[in-house]
Design a protein around this ligand. Sequence first.
Ligand SMILES: C[S@@+](CC[C@H](N)C(=O)[O-])C[C@H]1O[C@@H](n2cnc3c(N)ncnc32)[C@H](O)[C@@H]1O
Length: 381
Amino acid sequence: MERIMWMNGGNGETSYDRMSVVQAYALKSLQPSLAEAVHIMNLHINPSLLRIADFGSATGRNSLACMDFVVACIRREYQSRNSLMPEIQAFFNDLPANDFNTLFSLLPPMKGAEEPGAGLVREYFAAGVPGSFYRRLFLRDIPALFALDFTGTLQIPAEVTDPESELYNRGSCWIMGGKPSIAQAFAEQSKTDLRKFLQCRAAELVPGGILHCYLSGRADCADPTNQTIPERQHRFMTGYDFEGAWDDLIEEGIITEETWDAFNLPIYIPSLEEIQDCINTVGGFEVIRLEHLEDLELYSDDARMRMLQEPKKCAKFSSWVRSLVEPLMVVHMGSECTDEWFLRHERRVATRCRSMLHNRQEQEHYKFLSADFLLVVLKKL
Ligand SMILES: C[S@@+](CC[C@H](N)C(=O)[O-])C[C@H]1O[C@@H](n2cnc3c(N)ncnc32)[C@H](O)[C@@H]1O
């Protein structure tokens, strides 16, 4: 998974850089809790140096905005205490295949640089850190605030892709509404990954440092096949249009059923209880916040109506899905089949948008681009 998982690079039409405004909207809502995290962290462990890391930075636009916000909060904290601001080092982590070049090219010039230009300036030294956040990435005991937005990307459990196994995920690319035993295998894998993530950060973070996490989440833990409530499934990228585009390719003889069966989305949406359980097992953190943010609107009603009225904007929903999963699909079935898949997906999304435009009830029902999140803020003991 580490070798084949990345967001679409560059800054073309379907790049993550261009398509991540939805995530940007969600991240903006995090600002109060990020400011609170800066306020409560132990800022004076090392008076001359502070390190901050962002995990899963992708190509950077949102990550850099978050970093600027956090640094501004730190500056305010030091000003309010009449203390000298330390030097700050910021780390941007993602998997090795990520397009770090786009991220680096978006970095504004350093404050005090000879030709700073008219726009933003940067108040931190930047470094890219390639590698999985499920492993150690940093030296021990660095004075740091770890800010993080990661979608629970996970390793696909081996049995799920083995045609000989009872857990082979035939006829589906995910676990929503699927076989409970397969969803359970994803749930176990997610717990293993989350524990590893917390263990590594517990080893790296200095006492008093903060781990601020924001991830897709669900409220109840009872049934992992219910990754979101059924009425919301269409808002999610794995909804009917996603599955339908695979059906189209099979019906038209472009791919075989086996190609579809062997594809799995490396996503598991954990519940609050599952996260709490991992935190308890790993230990070493005080829980500052553990909250379920229900049905966060990522688009206003007006923006959604404008989107429905303009076919070009509607197609953007398909481009958004593309910015997230195209690399996985290209590795799985090659770029030609992937292009064919997105043609059909875009067509289906356009049809759905047209029918929604004239149907108020359907508009309510298919409020896509809203989602549930978990906010987890931990302080290292
Ligand atoms: C949806 S993007 C979020 C990007 C960015 N934080 C934002 O909000 O726009 C999730 C990012 O996490 C990265 N990622 C997934 N699994 C990872 C892992 N195990 N280690 C490091 N990065 C990972 C992906 O490559 C992707 O760039």
